[in-house]
Design a protein around this ligand. Structure first.
Ligand code: SF4
Ligand code: SF4
Ligand code: FES
Length: 302
């Protein structure tokens, strides 16, 4: 560097084309303000950092993994690259990578999300936190034990159509469509994960079905050919009254099922009708209609 070499501007590096002597000559000639083209700044390779919870039932911690970022990736892609390069023992559950199997549920930046449907470039800048679903017991890393949900599923009294010859069942298209919305469920259990009734109160799991199963109950209760009455079961054993309609479950559902509006609220109305409506009560008294106990409803179809 010569004495005449000016200090680089903070904007960037000098170009290699202006020598110190030429700069001094320009100065002496009073040729006006000096301008220097910043050379190509040394470009840093863009990276992505995943802050992943690692551990098992005995405890764990968040671990940062930084990799070169790749365009168009979803969080599950980055997890797979971490497994391939930095942490082959990182456990996560996935299957379809298309938002349809419901396996890759986790909490991304604290929100229940499918890893395979969450684009990295749509998340805020900075490390992306990936943690397991908090409502279920940890098995390892991002994998939780969701068997609570299968136990609840087993307790749902089955569909019970009246006796009829095959082909004799008829139902309106409007009734078919009502149930179809609930059939879209992919059992990702993110609605169960976000529901504060069991997320913050482990004890409630003994007496609470949760939003995923309220839509199953709703589907059966709204079926015009079903003869089971599950309303007392919902009220006494499945904790429908514990839901205070916060709609958090609806907000996280990847299938956009209107869990609260189309399932939980209509179920609550039906339970109130069955239990507290004086006209319905009078009707039952006059007609001496037997209302089935939760045990009877749970045990079997009529
Ligand atoms: S609306 Fe009810 S079921 Fe859904 S998250 Fe809130 S409390 Fe849970
Ligand atoms: S209702 Fe929606 S959020 Fe809940 S398990 Fe089904 S798909 Fe997942
Ligand atoms: S891998 Fe199937 S839903 Fe994400």
């Amino acid at each position: 560097m010569t004495d005449a070499m000016p200090e680089p501007t903070p904007a960037g590096a000098w170009t290699a084309t202006t020598t110190g002597a030429e700069v001094a000559a320009l100065d002496d000639a009073g040729a006006g303000p000096r301008t220097f083209e910043p050379g190509p700044a040394e470009e840093e390779e863009p990276t992505v950092t995943l802050r992943v919870w690692r551990g098992d039932p005995s405890g764990g911690d968040l671990v940062d993994y930084t990799l070169p970022s790749e365009e168009g990736e979803v969080v599950l892609d980055v997890v797979h690259r971490i497994q391939a390069t930095l942490a082959p023992d990182l456990a996560c559950r996935w299957n379809c990578k298309a938002g349809k199997c419901g396996s890759c549920s986790s909490e991304i930046n604290g929100k229940p999300s499918l890893m395979c449907m969450t684009r990295v470039d749509e998340l805020p800048e900075g490390p992306i936190t990936v943690t397991p679903m908090r409502t279920f017991p940890i098995l390892r890393d991002l994998v939780t034990d969701v068997s609570f949900n299968y136990e609840v599923a087993r307790r749902v009294p089955a569909f019970a159509p009246p006796p009829a010859a095959p082909g004799d069942y008829r139902m309106q298209q409007v009734d078919v469509e009502r149930g179809q919305e609930f059939r879209k469920c992919i059992e990702c259990f993110m609605c169960q994960d976000v529901c504060h009734v069991i997320r913050d109160h482990e004890d409630n799991k003994r007496q609470y079905a949760g939003p995923r199963f309220f839509i199953r109950y709703a589907e059966l209760e709204m079926h015009p050919l079903d003869t089971n009455d599950r309303r007392e079961l919902l009220r006494q054993r499945m904790g429908l009254g514990l839901c205070n309609i916060t709609k958090c479950c609806t907000e996280v559902c990847p299938e956009h099922i209107k869990i609260t509006d189309n399932a939980i609220i209509p179920l609550k109305e039906r339970v109130v009708d069955a239990s507290y409506d004086p006209v319905a009560w009078l009707g039952r008294k006059i007609l001496r209609r037997h209302k089935r106990s939760p045990e009877e409803a749970a045990a079997h179809p009529r």
